[in-house]
Design a protein around this ligand. Structure first.
Ligand code: ASP
Ligand code: MG
Length: 474
């Protein structure tokens, strides 16, 4: 293992999404190369590109290919305008554009094939989705080289080896470790910055896979863990993890530090800052992780830490962040006949799972006369009919009185590892909501005691978030 300090930096879609953004990224890479012996860059597709690619494949699967030429033009314009603005060397510029054009051509070929087949297999979807990163990696590598920093674009299909679970592939860490070191170390030994694709890998047979939407963060964590690196920095378009959504509360602040436990609760509850799978590899490898803003690079951002010090309080505050997921409904199954009957919950969640719905919150009281859980609003009708079907006999026998859903609700979650050691946090949360006339429909506490989730009416969402955020800043 090398004694030299190694940094892995991942740039998200907006961080490489335009010529302007790419200029920031280049400066960040230049600065990092000054401070660190070895630097690896991981890039997302340019913003919007993965969605565009997947939409094209989905339309093609319905036989629609008429918008393909428009998509081609959009992709060309997006990549070429950045190449034209930033790559001064004509040979390099033309070569880069030709390579990107070839990838755009393969999108057209893939979509036509999908249209003929009338279906897009997960494997075909991955071949399509991978094109975004395969284009951006070429663009970024060329731009960085043109700026006088020695860099080499390289696809992670060469060294991130995964299973064949397309669209959500899992890496084989043993082979990936060997191959990643074998590929990246010689480049870094020669002073070259490897610039690699986020999001994608390949099976041992060489079929392209993807790690799941938003998976470039995970790619950076995998590469950081297997090298191993000393630090992983995730460059995004906000100053790090915030105490809450600044669109709801303008006093929202960046958290200087957050523990892996805490961010896990936040990621789950939709704080879109970090792909949830990112945490495991870096935590296991004992590597640092930082989230920072490409467009405000001197801001320290947020540091991820293994555990919260002493009593878990930051600046004396127990609660650190508040988030909300909207557009949920609470489904309740109720009936006296459920008391003490084993297997009701198993059957209920089996029925829910059969509709492909995942459940973000569950509560049941000890009376066992009702089970209540949240599901996304748009999936509620299919969940209800699956439940009615599955419990048809109990409903007929009146063991179950009814299965019903509320109107739209939101799940508001307060997060803070200090809650575990501090009495009365739940009390403060509820009295704060009471004072602000927010009615709580259901409650769940994470068993790690790092979070409390409350269900409120959709109309109360902003009030609840604002009121609870006051507990952080006051
Ligand atoms: N480009 C991929 C996506 O949009 C991966 C990523 O950006 O993290 O899901
Ligand atoms: Mg992301």
């Amino acid at each position: 293992m090398s004694e030299q300090k190694t940094l892995v930096m991942k740039f998200g879609g907006t961080s490489v999404g335009s010529a302007n953004a790419l200029q920031y990224a280049v400066q960040i890479i230049r600065d990092a190369k000054r401070d660190w012996e070895r630097v690896v860059v991981v890039t997302s597709a340019m913003s919007g590109v993965t969605n565009l690619l997947l939409d094209s494949a989905a339309s093609a699967s319905h036989g629609k290919v008429d918008s393909l030429s428009e998509t081609e033009a959009t992709l060309r314009e997006k990549h070429f305008s950045a190449a034209d603005a930033l790559i001064k060397d004509e040979t390099l510029r033309e070569q880069t554009k030709t390579e990107i054009d070839t990838l755009i051509q393969s999108l057209v070929d893939l979509c036509k094939a999908i249209a003929i087949l009338g279906e897009a297999s997960p494997r075909a979807m991955d071949a399509v989705a991978s094109l975004g990163e395969r284009m951006s990696v070429r663009l970024l590598a060329a731009v960085v080289n043109d700026a006088g920093i020695k860099a080499q674009g390289i696809e992670t299909t060469k060294f991130i080896v995964t299973n064949a679970n397309h669209q959500n592939a899992h890496p084989d860490f043993k082979t990936t470790t060997e191959k990643t070191r074998g590929t990246l170390n010689p480049l870094m030994d020669a002073g070259i910055v490897p610039i690699t694709t986020g999001f994608i890998g390949a099976t041992p047979e060489g079929a392209i896979t993807t790690l799941g939407r938003g998976g470039s963060d995970y790619s950076a964590a995998i590469i950081g863990a297997v090298l191993p690196a000393d630090d992983v920095w995730i460059w995004t378009d906000v100053d790090g993890v915030m105490t809450t959504d600044p669109r709801i509360v303008k006093e929202a602040q960046t958290l200087p530090e957050i523990s892996y436990n805490e961010i896990a609760e936040l990621a789950y509850y939709g704080a879109k800052v970090l792909h949830p799978k990112t945490i495991r590899p870096v935590l296991d490898a004992g590597i640092g992780l930082r989230i920072c803003n490409t467009f405000n690079p001197s801001h320290p951002g947020t540091r991820l830490i293994a555990s919260v010090k002493s009593n878990g309080k930051v600046n004396g505050k127990v609660i650190k962040a508040v988030t909300a997921i909207r557009k949920q409904r609470l489904v309740t199954i109720e009936g006296r006949g459920m008391l003490g009957v084993p297997g009701v919950a198993a059957r209920a969640f089996g029925a829910v799972a059969s509709t492909g719905t995942s459940v973000p919150l569950i509560t049941q009281a000890s009376s066992e006369q009702s089970i209540c859980f949240a599901v996304p609003s748009e999936l509620t009708p299919s969940v209800l009919s699956a439940l009615e079907k599955s419990f048809a006999r109990e409903i007929e026998d009146e063991d179950i009185d009814r299965v019903w859903a509320t109107e739209d609700v939101s799940i508001v979650t307060v997060v803070g590892a200090g809650m575990r050691h501090t009495h009365g946090v739940a009390g403060r949360v509820f009295s704060q909501l009471g004072k602000n006339d927010v009615n709580v429909l259901a409650i769940a506490q994470g068993s790690s005691e790092v979070s409390i989730s409350l269900v409120v009416d959709a109309v109360d969402t902003e009030n609840a978030v604002k009121a609870l955020h006051e507990l952080i800043v006051q």
